[in-house]
Design a protein around this ligand. Structure first.
Ligand code: NAP
Length: 315
């Protein structure tokens, strides 16, 4: 038994819809594991009061329709919330309600983590950190890597900033609509400059992709192609994947299914692969650290996420 008391602080994730978010499972697992560790330390000390761990924080799903976003933030300020994550469709819409925004979130153009600073809200973007965390496991000379990003939506913006931070030699965004790609290139180009990054950023359309694949040492899928339930789809055929250089890393932001067809095909061809689960976990871990002031148990978060993704046993 873990106790929620009058001093338990409120955290959450705001989205619309929110029912399928894994974040409550991830964060509560880390918060419960922290509460148990604190109680066990107390049990061994002279300060021992109760055998039941008290939850210092709890993390809740918040279904907030776009037209209620301002009212929700006002209510959360009035009721003392410590902070919250922001997901689709509020990542850009929340920005005008915040009194402080980190330069990184300004550069990405989206906020996914908000916390209280006195009577004000501050926001940042932890998707960049989440994307980069699993790449640290690879020993790569990033300055010799050209990154190729498939898709040009919200996640792609964080990925482009992350690839530039990583020190990639160049970043190319591949999309299906030139009318969207050109403004994206312009605004991201300005963003990279404000962060002091001079990584060359180019755009391309899908039909021209074949000529760029042989240079792409890092290929990132940020489109939803291949996501459950359309698990038989892939943004790239095996023939196209084979055009990548031998040591390329293929990174798919999708984590349902695990692996996606893209990653299964790439792995079968001998490429190094990463799915989006670690990104999800590490963006959450960075948010946790902002709110709680210490890092969470990544193992607890990972275990909860994997359990949540498993199909439930038939009744
Ligand atoms: P988004 O803003 O809607 O962008 C999706 C992009 O994919 C758009 O550029 C869209 O092109 C393109 N696209 C969609 N369907 C396509 C198709 N059939 N062919 C070619 N391009 C297509 O979505 P997002 O927020 O960037 O998220 C993208 C994916 O990343 C989702 O699968 C999401 O679950 C995943 N994600 C994962 C994490 C994580 O932590 N692992 C975090 C964020 C996002 P148009 O603009 O032309 O429509």
């Amino acid at each position: 038994m873990v106790n929620i008391t009058g001093s338990t602080q409120l955290l959450g994730v705001m989205g619309y819809p929110i029912e399928h978010s894994l974040s409550p499972a991830l964060h509560n697992a880390a918060l419960f594991s922290r509460a148990v560790a604190l109680a066990s330390a107390e049990f061994k000390s002279a300060e021992f009061k109760s055998a039941e761990p008290e939850l210092e924080y709890i993390y809740l799903p918040l279904k907030v329709a776009p037209e209620h976003l301002g009212a929700a933030l006002q209510g959360m300020m009035a009721t003392g919330w410590r902070g919250f994550n922001v997901t689709i469709p509020h990542k850009q819409a929340v920005m005008p309600y915040l009194q402080q925004i980190s330069p990184l979130a300004e550069a990405v153009g989206a906020v996914n983590t908000v916390w209280r600073e006195g009577e004000a809200w501050a926001g940042t973007n932890t998707d960049v950190h989440g994307f980069l965390a699993p790449l640290q496991a690879y020993e790569v000379n990033w300055s010799a890597v050209d990154a190729c990003v498939l898709g040009g939506g919200g996640a792609a913006r964080a990925v482009v900033v992350a690839c530039a931070q990583l020190g990639c030699r160049s970043v190319r965004v591949v999309g299906r609509d030139r009318a969207k790609l050109e403004p994206l290139q312009h605004s991201l180009g300005v963003s990279l400059k404000t962060l002091g990054l001079d990584t060359p950023l180019s755009i391309a359309e899908w039909q021209d992709l074949d000529q760029y694949l042989p240079q792409a040492g890092l290929l990132v899928n940020t489109t939803p192609i291949g996501m459950y339930p359309k698990v038989g789809e892939s943004p790239l055929s095996s023939e196209r994947i084979e055009r990548l250089p031998l040591r390329a890393i293929v990174y798919d932001l999708i984590y349902t299914p695990r692996p996606t067809k893209l990653l299964a095909d790439a792995q079968a061809l001998g490429y190094r692969v990463l799915d989006g689960l670690e990104m999800l976990i590490h963006q959450g871990a960075a948010a946790f650290e902002i709110w709680v002031g210490e890092p969470p148990s990544i193992a607890a978060m990972r275990q909860a996420a994997i359990a949540q993704l498993q199909p439930s046993p038939k009744a």
